[in-house]
Design a protein. Structure first.
Ligand SMILES: Cc1cc2nc3c(=O)[nH]c(=O)nc-3n(C[C@H](O)[C@H](O)[C@H](O)COP(=O)(O)O)c2cc1C
Length: 170
């Protein structure tokens, strides 16, 4: 049984408790690294070719444009993973505009997830998945998509018990 933890995470200004804060390490990355330690799986960072802006307002503007036009921004390195190697795939992202960033939409469209067990996880400011799980169900076919783990950005460093429970360790 081989496990992949693929995640997107944005470094820079972000929204936390409805305030703009500067993150040197993204919230989703913190959770992804904890999942990697617990599962021993391979860690893979989904990175857009043209970096999302550091400033929150600029990032929001681009995120809105990509969302409205359902854009699929190019990713660094193209198709890099051999997805056939993996049985379990954790997919992590922040919520941007009630769903995952369009870079994650690109990632999901690049690979065949059929026959795999997918574990979605997200971080956000409000604690929910928005419409991201519905969107994921519509865009990846033939995979078993399990219940997701949603963590508020402010809580990533004190959610170890929930993260352990999610991988079945509690
Ligand atoms: C462009 C943008 C849009 C966002 N939209 C939402 C949103 O709709 N709902 C929400 O709860 N949080 C929203 N946030 C906050 C992030 O989801 C939250 O800070 C998350 O933990 C960031 O994860 P990261 O550091 O891994 O990128 C948004 C943040 C950004 C940068």
């Amino acid at each position: 049984m081989k496990t992949l933890i693929a995640y997107f995470s944005h470094i820079g200004e972000n929204l936390q408790n409805n305030e703009i804060v500067e993150l040197k390490k993204g919230n989703t990355e913190v959770v992804a690294e904890k999942l990697q330690q617990l599962t021993g799986g391979d860690l893979y960072k989904i990175e857009e070719e043209e970096a999302y802006p550091y400033k929150y307002d600029d990032c929001l503007r681009r995120a809105r444009r990509e969302d409205e036009n359902n854009e699929h921004p190019a990713l660094k390195g193209g198709v890099k993973l051999n997805m056939d190697d993996y049985d379990e795939v954790y997919i992590g992202f922040p919520i941007w505009y009630r769903t995952y960033p369009r870079a994650v939409a690109t990632f999901l469209g690049m690979y065949d997830f059929s026959g795999k067990t997918v574990y979605p996880f997200c971080t956000n400011d409000e604690g929910t998945f928005g419409i991201s799980l519905l969107e994921m169900q519509g865009s990846i076919k033939g995979a078993e998509i399990c219940d997701g783990l949603a963590i508020r950005g402010v809580d990533v460093n004190n959610s170890d018990a929930r993260i352990r429970a999610y991988v079945g360790l509690l």
